[in-house]
Structure formats: structure tokens, C-alpha cells
Write a protein that binds this ligand. Structure first.
Ligand code: FAD
Length: 444
């Protein structure tokens, strides 16, 4: 019998996989349980004509240090490629480039004074060092007070809506501040004032799946068990501080005992797996999630000149258009142009109960607005993906709403996207969280 302690990780997304990777193999026997038949969680992929593509568009920023470090640790950092980003905004029937500060100066949808204000405002945000002083404000009220006018209504407000849907006016200002710092950091070039440079975005050659594949190989070599199609159904703390897990496999319920359990499931799943004291439960339940509805279309031709288009038009039923093949070559996907049409919506929004064809009929007629030559004949295939825990709503004074990683139950830990703050949730921060928890557990 091995005298190693047994650790269970629930969820094989970025957080669970990185925790398993960084936990000490000398000290622990590790088992990862994943309900889906694949790993990667929200960053998982599907096969498009031989090329792997994320179910929801994914890219990295240059300050995504934890995922960069993981790629270095896996010896695949050379596979991370940086691409110039091309961002646009669809305003009043036209798509404007908004990639660089110079583009903003040329943004004729706004009066010239508003354009100048927009540029100066970026400098103001960049110079704010202490985000804690912003905690009591929503981004909506802070931006209205400090910027206001058309530059808020036609530029920043739509960006908040693209990210948070109807919850755009509830988001805490530190979230916005942090997002801006990330975007500034991802600007690279020769100009000494960094934010005047062009933004670059990273994407692994072969998709995010190459990271997950490498981790799976590592698990096999290091005797880490990875159980797919094995949802954990119950967490049962024992009197001796160990924890029983009930999980489903091949239609059977099994039970196993562990010394420590780390759950990386969303809060609305975790709160059903285990009985928790009300103070902790209230914190878990206080953070709302919205879901994402993402349509991927395969096209015979290029639709736009942009990688990312924010949509400022209430008549268009989606909030963002991401033309992935304006970053990567269309050759990767069997010579098709790949476009994502994306929406962040309440988890019970009626769009989620529509079938694939209804979404198609609702979305596709609007594509002509982005390219007058577009016809349905361009579409060779399409896919709909839904993600239920796509985005936690990060409200004001959020630092007080975050549940701790150590739950009130001994040896039971939680690591999910509601605990990432003030940064925007993302693969990098789930990996950082998984590693930090592994480091902490390794020291016990
Ligand atoms: C549309 C969209 C676009 C995004 N774009 C980017 C981007 O450009 N760049 C970026 O870095 N990030 C992006 N993200 C965010 C990023 O994908 C996530 O923040 C990250 O992948 C979350 O990882 P995680 O491990 O914390 O959670 P998850 O990926 O949600 O993993 C949790 C895992 O737990 C499993 N699970 C749940 N319940 C159980 C159970 N009972 N038993 C066993 N397993 C269970 C789930 O199946 C899942 O695999 C995007 C997300 C979305 C939705």
C-alpha cells in the first residue's frame, strides 16, 4: 500500500488540470474527475475540417504569465504565436477600426472632441495605480462621470454590454480598470509610450488543446488518474477529516475516499454537491453567472477585415463578431473562414431554449450588414455551443463577496472563476489559481 495521500480534483478545465500538474507527485496520488467526455472545460475544442478550434473564441495577452509559464514547463512555449489584433466597432451601420489610439482619433462616428476625450481618458485609466479606491463604483457610473457623452455611449458602454449583456451597469470599476491594464500591457512596438503601440494577441499553434494534450501525456507518465465521463455527484465529509466522493461512471455510482478534495466546478454546481454552512453558502450564492451562446460559422469567403467587432446596434441579436481566420490562416480549417457570433445572456434566457436552426434564422440575415456581398451560400457549416458558467458578474465591493478557497469543511477546497479578481476570468487566471492552490497544498 502506498503511503501517499490521496487527492481528488473535480473538473478537468484549466484550473483542475494545472492544479494536478503542479501538485507534488512524490507526496500525493492524484485523481481528476471530469463530467464531460473531454478535458479543457470552457477552453475545450471541436474539430473543424481537421483543425481544432475552441468552442468559444480564445486568445491570450502578453501579461498572461501563468499560462505562458505552464507552456514553458511543458516545453511547448515555442508553440505560442503572437498576432497583431484588429479590433473594430460596428456603430450606426458601419464598422470602424478601433485597434490603435490613432484609429480612435479617426473614429468619425464620434464628434472630434469626444475622440480626444477618449484618448485622454485611456491615459487617465492607465495612470490609476490603486484599484481598491474604485471598488465602490460600477464601471457604468464611473465612466459616465469621468468620460460621459458619446464616447461612453458609443464606445465603452457597448463593450461592457458585449461582455456582460443586460448586467453591463452592475459591473464593478476594478474589473474595467484591470481589463484596460491588460490591454495596455498587450501593446508591443517601437513607440516608447506603450499604449500608442499596436496590440498583439497570442494563440497556441494547434489551439489551446495542445496544452491540454501535453498535460494528458504528463498525467499518463506520472500516474495521475484522469476519469472522463465521471461526474462527481456527492461530496461527503467523514469524521476523520477525510472526504468520500460519490461519482458516476458507466451508469454506476461509485464511492472513493480521499484525504483532500479540490473542486473547480462553478459555484452553482458545488453548492449542490455538499452541505455547507450558511455563511459560506450565502457567499457562493451571492455571485451570479451568465451563460454564453456562441455560434461558429464556416464560410467560403472572408466576412470582415477585423478579428474582433463589438456591435453597437440593438437590432442585431448578437453582441460580438469574432473572425478567427483574421488571426489564423483559413488553411487550418479546411480552407474555410471561421466566424464566431457571440452573446452573453442570463442562464435562463429564451435564446438557450431555441434550436440550432432558429438561432441560424435569427442571426444570419444580419451578416450582410458587415459585408454587403455576403449570401447564405457562403456558409458551408455551422455549430452552436452553449456555456453555462461563462462569466461571473463581478459587482461593486466584490472583494467582500469572494468565497475563500479553503471551505469551512476541512480538506475541502474550491477554485473557480468567481474567485478571480480584479482580473477578468480567463485561462491564465484559472491556471494561476490551480498552481497557487497546488503550491499551498504541497507545503502542508
Ligand atoms: C465564450 C468564452 C470566451 C472566452 N475567451 C477567453 C479568451 O479569449 N482567453 C482566455 O484566456 N479565456 C477565455 N475564456 C475564459 C476561460 O475559458 C475560462 O475562464 C477558463 O477556461 C475556466 O477554467 P476553469 O478550469 O476555471 O473552469 P471550467 O473550464 O469551467 O472547468 C470546470 C470543469 O469542471 C467540470 N465539472 C463541472 N461539474 C462537474 C462535476 N460534478 N464532476 C466533474 N466535473 C465537473 C466541467 O465539465 C469543466 O470541465 C472564455 C470563456 C468563454 C465562455
Amino acid at each position: 500500500m502506498s503511503d501517499k495521500k490521496k487527492i481528488a480534483i473535480i473538473g478537468a478545465g484549466a484550473a483542475g488540470l494545472s492544479a494536478a500538474f503542479y501538485l507534488s507527485k512524490d507526496k500525493y496520488n492524484i485523481t481528476v474527475f471530469e463530467s464531460a467526455p473531454f478535458v479543457g472545460g470552457q477552453a475545450s475544442t471541436i474539430n473543424i475540417n481537421g483543425g481544432l478550434l475552441e468552442r468559444g473564441y480564445h486568445h491570450l495577452f502578453t501579461n498572461d504569465y501563468s499560462i505562458i509559464q505552464l507552456m514553458k514547463d511543458l516545453n511547448i512555449y515555442n508553440k505560442l504565436i503572437w498576432y497583431p489584433s484588429k479590433v473594430g466597432s460596428y456603430i450606426d451601420g458601419k464598422t470602424y477600426s478601433t485597434t490603435s489610439p490613432f484609429d480612435l482619433l479617426k473614429l468619425s462616428a464620434l464628434p472630434i472632441l469626444d475622440r480626444i476625450k477618449l484618448g485622454l481618458f485611456s491615459i487617465k485609466i492607465k495612470n490609476i495605480k490603486n484599484w481598491k479606491s474604485l471598488e465602490k463604483y460600477t464601471a457604468n457610473e464611473w465612466l459616465q462621470n469621468n468620460l460621459g457623452g458619446q464616447s461612453y455611449d458609443k464606445f465603452w458602454k457597448p463593450l461592457l454590454r458585449a461582455k456582460f449583456g443586460d448586467y453591463y451597469d452592475q459591473i464593478g470599476m476594478p474589473w474595467f480598470w484591470s481589463k484596460m491594464q491588460t490591454r495596455f500591457a498587450s501593446r508591443k512596438g517601437k513607440i516608447p509610450i506603450s499604449f500608442l503601440n499596436k496590440e498583439v494577441l497570442g494563440y497556441p499553434d494547434g489551439s489551446f488543446e495542445i496544452i491540454f494534450d501535453e498535460l494528458k501525456d504528463y498525467f499518463v507518465k506520472n500516474n495521475i488518474n484522469l476519469f472522463l465521463k465521471s461526474p462527481v455527484t456527492k461530496i461527503i465529509p467523514q469524521d476523520n477529516s477525510s472526504i468520500n466522493l460519490e461519482y458516476k461512471q458507466n451508469n454506476q455510482i461509485n464511492t472513493d475516499n480521499f484525504d483532500l478534495v479540490l473542486s473547480t466546478t462553478p459555484s452553482f454546481i458545488f453548492n449542490k454537491l455538499v452541505n455547507l454552512p450558511s455563511s459560506y453558502l450565502n457567499k457562493l450564492n451571492s455571485v451570479k453567472y451568465i451563460g454564453a451562446l456562441v455560434m461558429i460559422i464556416e464560410l467560403e469567403h472572408k466576412l470582415t477585415d477585423h478579428y474582433w467587432v463589438n456591435i453597437v446596434d440593438n437590432k442585431i441579436p448578437f453582441l460580438g463578431l469574432i473572425e478567427h481566420t483574421n488571426m489564423l490562416s483559413r488553411k487550418t480549417y479546411g480552407d474555410k473562414n471561421i466566424v464566431y457570433l457571440t452573446n452573453y445572456l442570463d442562464r435562463d434566457h429564451h435564446f438557450f431554449s431555441k434550436d440550432k436552426d432558429q438561432i441560424f434564422d435569427m442571426y444570419i440575415p444580419h451578416l450582410k450588414k458587415f459585408n454587403p456581398n455576403f449570401t447564405k451560400k457562403w456558409i458551408s457549416n455551422y455549430h452552436i455551443n452553449t456555456l453555462s458558467a461563462a462569466q461571473p458578474i463581478i459587482g461593486t465591493n466584490y472583494s467582500q463577496s469572494i468565497p475563500s478557497h479553503q471551505t469551512p469543511i476541512k480538506n475541502l477546497f474550491l477554485a473557480n472563476t468567481t474567485q478571480i479578481y480584479p482580473e477578468d476570468r480567463g485561462t491564465n487566471y484559472s491556471i494561476r489559481m490551480g498552481k497557487n492552490l497546488a503550491d499551498k497544498i504541497n507545503k502542508t
